[in-house]
Design a protein around this ligand. Structure first.
Ligand code: WQD
Length: 332
């Protein structure tokens, strides 16, 4: 019997890539998405990529009745919860929207899981919960803090799940802390972000792509006076296909062991902004003009993962290196 997995936000960037990986691993993923940050043609593209019909419900997690109808229509083995707003700067400008959507959506999902007796969830969290961490590489045991409303919504999400675990000792909960996802499926059929979105990406990679395409004149490097080898910010970039595979391993672990875990998903290797500019320019064969700009509020100098726990608990190790991450990001 194929196990159905509910992917909330499954039409989004990471959700869609995970959908393909889950289908390939023999699961039957089902998408629930309100398409606030996803293309409406993504389900058709996923059907093309997997060769199977894509089950998709156009539904907002804040619509409890709609959510109950989706749960009533399927017997889910687990849910992977991607649906959330994720732009740090946007979250500072509109914190209430992030609290309502990210925390309210999770609260509704947890209620539906209780009503429909579903006790397995994979939660899309983020390295942003480590705040400005002295320990580098960062282990899962590092202190947690939030420096912006988006990070707070992820931190509170993890804490809510911790309390749900107390109330439901039999639940199996996977918390996956993503570092910096980049890259695209090699087919070129999946996108980083929709053309129309309320949250234009603020991240480094989409902006490098814009500079290479000529839609952005130059890259502003946010500070070159950090305590890093070349003074620019150091981050742990992970290929979205590695990230998707990490979700499959996490789900398989929940189903086979019924044990909960919290795991970093990163490569364990940090690269600076200047290193990323050079690698991306080499991958796309285009000049990437840049200028040194002031630091961005809330940025930290370094953030890269201790990946030993991911290896021990999930047997997870990344397979894609920087050159492939950059090459797979450039689908001109
Ligand atoms: C990377 C580096 C910037 C843009 C955030 C969230 C995290 C996750 C990933 C959602 C930093 C520098 C960037 C630019 C630049 N989000 N930069 N010029 O801030 O590490 O992480 O996105 O899941 O939760 O916190 O990613 O790509 O914005 O920045 O110099 O125009 O690139 O200063 O050093 P970040 P980022």
């Amino acid at each position: 019997m194929t196990q159905k997995i509910l992917l909330t936000g499954g039409a989004g960037y990471i959700g869609a890539h995970t959908y393909v990986a889950l289908s390939k691993a023999g699961f039957e993923p089902v998408i629930l998405d309100n398409f606030s940050n996803a293309d409406r043609d993504t389900p058709a593209r996923l059907a093309q990529l997997t060769g199977k019909a894509c089950l998709c419900h156009d539904c907002d997690l804040l619509d409890s009745d709609g959510l109950d109808a989706v749960f009533a229509a399927h017997d889910f083995a687990a849910t992977v919860h991607f649906a959330a707003y994720k732009a740090v700067g946007d979250s500072v400008a509109r914190p209430q929207a992030y609290f309502n959507n990210n925390m309210g959506g999770l609260i509704n999902l947890l209620g539906a899981m209780e009503r429909h007796d579903l006790g397995r969830i994979v939660f899309s969290s983020s390295a942003t919960v480590y705040g400005d961490c002295d320990q580098q590489p960062i282990p899962e045991t590092a202190p947690l803090s939030a420096t912006n409303p988006y990070g707070l919504s992820k931190l509170v999400g993890e804490q809510m799940l911790g309390q749900m675990q107390v109330a439901h000792p039999d639940w199996a909960i996977s918390i996956l802390r993503y570092f910096n996802p980049v890259g695209l499926h090699k087919s070129g059929l999946l996108r980083l972000s929709p053309e129309e979105t309320t949250q234009p990406p603020e991240n480094l990679m989409p902006r490098l792509i814009e500079v290479a395409k000529g839609t952005r004149k130059q890259l502003s490097v946010f500070g070159d006076d950090y305590d890093t080898p070349d003074g620019t910010g150091l981050r742990d970039y992970i290929h979205v296909e590695d990230l998707a595979r990490g979700h499959v391993l996490a789900l398989q672990a929940l189903i086979t062991t019924d044990e909960s875990h919290t795991v970093n998903l990163g490569t364990g290797q940090g690269y600076s902004v200047l290193e990323m500019i050079a690698a991306f320019a080499a991958a796309c064969g285009r000049d990437i003009p840049y200028t040194i700009a002031p630091r961005r509020a809330g940025d930290v100098a370094r953030c890269y993962a201790d990946v030993s726990h991911a290896k021990a608990v999930l047997g997870f190790e990344t397979e894609f290196g920087l050159n492939e991450m950059c090459a797979d990001s450039w689908v001109a």
